[in-house]
Structures are given as structure tokens and as C-alpha cells.
Design a protein around this ligand. Structure first.
Ligand SMILES: O=C(O)c1ccccc1NCC(=O)[C@H](O)[C@H](O)COP(=O)(O)O
Length: 269
């Protein structure tokens, strides 16, 4: 695929304190503190390879398999070796990988991302709670092909973060949970929208959320890629999004399965 040239001048999002209710609010406050006063210089624009986008745009439902060792909803999931987990997921048919880099609640780390990028050739998403421009620069420096941007955290600032992700050569998975957030993602020009079934303030999951909002996005004329996220455990679970989503992002059920390659293959069968 020909790299897309970067043209627009970047509107740098000013680091500021974001807030959110519940568990999400606690994590966002911690990540804001982690990056307070971070050393950040914009530097040069980097070419966009759009490999993450291309991998998800292939025909059929694509799998983004997540390297997830723990979570607020499950506690400890599995003491995965990131590189080994990544190789197993790819052998099981994953098109892309998602790697958590948040350390306190998800057992993630920059090292996990480095290890995965070195172990496989498929594009890798940096999964974190982006609250500072430095986090996108790090994602690019660490070899990720994409970063997560959450509308529930960034609100209208997601547009500026999206442009910055592109400036750094990254694709962005812009995550929404309800209609209002979807409208913000659409207005921001998101090329890839993820619909989370998990309400991150209560941690409750509803598998009807993704198909509902995916239908809503398509009805609004959205032609970008749509990813269903969270709570999927079985082939039956993904039946409702198989024909409507471009990809499904799965973490806990694969990571905790004991046989990651087989679990990924069986989910996609
Ligand atoms: O997974 C959690 O408990 C969680 C809690 C608070 C904020 C975010 C959280 N998860 C992040 C994710 O988006 C999921 O890791 C991802 O969608 C995969 O979900 P699952 O397959 O249900 O592990």
C-alpha cells in the first residue's frame, strides 16, 4: 500500500486534566499524573503506512487479539509472556494485536509493546489511556502502528489527538460507547471507530451495544472501519457483529484461555 502523505499542519492538543466517572476516572487521573510535565517536542511529521487500517480493511471479520494480563473487571487474567502470546495469536489468525501499556490495572508496560513488535509482523495497537501528546509520540517510537483514543476521556479534543496520531504516522482506533460519543468521533473524521460493549464507568457489558451503534454509524453514512470491542467469549457471541463489523477486539477470554492460538482460531471459525 502506498504511504499516505501527511499534509495538514498539526493542531497540537494542549495537555490538560481530563476527568471521567468511576474506575475510568481513577485510571485517567493516574495517567495524567504519570505524564504531568513530560518532556515533549513535536519533531518532524512521519509518513503514514496505514498498515493497521489495511489489515482491518481485508474482507471478512478481522481479529484484533489483545495481550492483557489483568484488568479492573477481572483482576489477574494470566501471566502472559507478551512475545509468546503475540506469536500464538498470529498463528491463530489474528490480523492485528493490541498491547496494554498501562501498568497498574492491566499489568502492561512499554516493554510488553517492544517485545510484541519485535516478535511479529502484524500491526500493533498501543492500548492505553491517552491523556498527553507524549503518549502518541511514544507509541510511534516504540513501533506501534496505531493508538487508542477514547472519546469518553478526550471528548471534543479527540479531533486534535487524531491529527497528532496521523502526524506521528499512526492509525487511531477512536473508541466510543454511546450515540453522543459516536457523533464526536464522526465529526472528528475518525477512520477507524471502535464501539465498546463495556461501560467503563460501571464495567457492565452489553453485547447489543456494538451492533446497535455500528448500525447507527452506517445509517449516518459512515464509510470507515468499525470495530466491535469487549465481552466476546464464543463464536455465538460474535454472530451479531460478524456481518456488520470489520473487526472484533478480544482480550480477556483469549488471554485467559490457556491455549491462545486455539482460542483465537475457534473464535474465528
Ligand atoms: O477491561 C476492563 O476491565 C477495563 C476497565 C476499565 C477500563 C478499560 C477496560 N478495558 C479496556 C478494553 O477496552 C478491553 O481491554 C478490550 O476492549 C477487550 O475487552 P475484553 O475482551 O472484554 O477483555
Amino acid at each position: 500500500m502506498t504511504p499516505a502523505p501527511f499534509s495538514a499542519p498539526v493542531e497540537l492538543p494542549l495537555p490538560r486534566t481530563y476527568s471521567a466517572p468511576g474506575v475510568l476516572g481513577r485510571i485517567v487521573a493516574e495517567r495524567t499524573q504519570d505524564y504531568a510535565g513530560a518532556d515533549f517536542e513535536l519533531g518532524k511529521a512521519r509518513p503514514r503506512a496505514r498498515r493497521f487500517h489495511a489489515a482491518l480493511a481485508r474482507p471478512g471479520l478481522q481479529l484484533i487479539a489483545e495481550v492483557k494480563r489483568a484488568s479492573p473487571s477481572q483482576g489477574a487474567i494470566a501471566p502472559l509472556d507478551p512475545a509468546q502470546a503475540a506469536r500464538s495469536y498470529v498463528c491463530g489468525g489474528a490480523a492485528c494485536l493490541s498491547v496494554l501499556t498501562e501498568p497498574r490495572h492491566f499489568g502492561g508496560s512499554p516493554e510488553a509493546l517492544h517485545a510484541v513488535v519485535a516478535a511479529v509482523t502484524v500491526p500493533v495497537l498501543r492500548k492505553d489511556f491517552v491523556v498527553h501528546p507524549k503518549m502518541l509520540q511514544e507509541a510511534a517510537d516504540w513501533g506501534a502502528g496505531a493508538a487508542l483514543l477514547m472519546v469518553s476521556v478526550l471528548g471534543e479534543d479527540v479531533g486534535a489527538y487524531l491529527k497528532l496520531a496521523h502526524y506521528f504516522g499512526l492509525d487511531a482506533l477512536v473508541e466510543v460507547h454511546d450515540e453522543a460519543e459516536l457523533d464526536i468521533a464522526l465529526a472528528a473524521g475518525a477512520e477507524i471507530i471502535g464501539v465498546n460493549n463495556r461501560d467503563l464507568t460501571t464495567l457492565a457489558i452489553s453485547l447489543t451495544n456494538s451492533p446497535r451503534l455500528i448500525a447507527h454509524a452506517r445509517a449516518a453514512g459512515y464509510e470507515g472501519l468499525l470495530v466491535a470491542e469487549s465481552g466476546y467469549r464464543t463464536r455465538d457471541d460474535i454472530a451479531s457483529i460478524r456481518e456488520v463489523a470489520d473487526a472484533v477486539l478480544v482480550g480477556s477470554s483469549l488471554a485467559g484461555s490457556g491455549d491462545l492460538e486455539r482460542a483465537a482460531r475457534e473464535l474465528l471459525a
